[in-house]
Design a protein around this ligand. Sequence first.
Ligand SMILES: [Cu+2]
Length: 240
Amino acid sequence: MQSNIMMTVITVFLFSSAAGASGDHAGGHGPAATIGQPGKLQNVTRTITIDMSDAMRYTPAELTVTQGETVRFVVRNSGKLKHEMVLGTEQELTAHYEVMKKNPEMEHADENMVTVQPGATGEIVWQFTQAGKIDFACLLPGHYEAGMKGTVRVSRHATAIEPSSAAAVLTEGVIRKIDKANNKITIKHGEIKNLEMPGMTMVFQVRDPLLLDKVVAGDKVKFRAEKSGSAFIVTDIQPE
Ligand SMILES: [Cu+2]
């Protein structure tokens, strides 16, 4: 336990120094490229099963998720060797891998990773908060170099919605209820012009669960609602 805590501290230090070394902003990614944050089980919108093999491969190795989405990775080790899946930027993973090579016995246990024994299954719950490309890799000595890596492409959430020229229209409303467990929000609203809907109280889904952290019941807001299939989805909320 204690060594785990220590490794976490060291890992955090390494990650921050890696970010510092790349802090020239030459890549245009901003000061610290963020890969997201540990997710909450109740916010999981998708489960993705990934297989790890002694061929030093992930299957699938290329994933696409939507910004804001919380993904539960079920990571299965079908090999006879220990493997792991670590999420990070390429720079973070490379820096971390160099440390792993020097300290092959090191056990690391951050929330962005899981180490899985042969025949076993592990889990990562992760929320992807920024659009862009995130890598994952097995940092056990030799594995990363052998090509044990993959990518997660995080698309902007707007792309998942049918384009609508009226989408920019904001509607006035009052928050009635917030249901974080189901990513739903109840709003008593005025006329929703872009949806040709008169004023009423409706339950909406939210595209990005983070929107639910911006408001509480009783707040007056302006919000944007869109229709996707048969679902009504709130894509933006601005407290008044
Ligand atoms: Cu491996």
